[in-house]
Design a protein around this ligand. Structure first.
Ligand code: COA
Length: 162
């Protein structure tokens, strides 16, 4: 049984993340979406809210589990008995950081390998920061996130949409 982890902050989950999640779920027996409870970023949504949003948007895929973690990714990989980390590459600018992350994780825990999926071209510009920025000013985020996430975003930003 091969168990993989797709880690991230997911503040909020976007169509870009969901594309990577769906494609990687097809490749492994089980995929754990690991939501980082990070102190360095100041997320708009609490970790519980981010976990719930991911559960809601992936509920149709039986082989997916959503869990939060804090601390090192490799420790979460060990705890969950996973062996692969999945990461999405949107553009060449992601590469340097991702290479560093993958190599560090491999040195810290040689059992773990990182698998990269290229983001779909139509989502290659997307980031959670962009979505938050557009939502804050009441812009249309329907092309970036599912409707249920958009509703929560506007609610969080105090924006009333008819
Ligand atoms: N589609 C859309 N957006 C995407 C995306 C995709 N396929 N892939 C990444 N993004 C966006 C994210 O939403 C995020 O946006 P933001 O910066 O505006 O919030 C941005 O790209 C960066 O994403 P990502 O690289 O996944 O960062 P992250 O903070 O979400 O996750 C971790 C990084 C969790 C993997 C990493 O910080 C980690 O492992 N931390 C734990 C501590 C640790 O072990 N450190 C490593 C030791 S070297």
């Amino acid at each position: 049984m091969t168990r993989a982890i797709y880690p991230g902050t997911f503040d909020p989950v976007t169509f870009g993340h969901l594309d990577i999640i769906k494609r990687s779920a097809n490749l492994f027996d089980e995929l754990i979406v690991g939501v980082l409870n990070n102190t360095s970023k100041s997320p708009l949504f609490s970790v519980e809210e981010r976990v719930n949003m991911l559960k809601e948007t992936t509920k149709d895929i039986a082989t997916i589990r959503v869990e939060s973690f804090r601390g090192l990714l490799v420790d979460f990989v060990k705890e969950t008995d996973a062996s692969v980390v999945v990461r999405g590459l949107r553009a060449i600018t992601d590469f340097e950081y991702e290479l560093q992350l993958a190599q560090t994780n491999h040195v810290l825990y040689p059992i773990v390998d990182t698998m990269f999926l290229t983001a779909k071209l139509e989502y290659s510009y997307l980031s959670s920061t962009i979505v938050r920025e557009v939502a804050t000013f009441g812009g249309d985020i329907s092309k970036f996130v599912p409707e249920e996430i958009a509703i929560r975003m506007y609610d969080k930003c105090g924006i009333t949409k008819l």
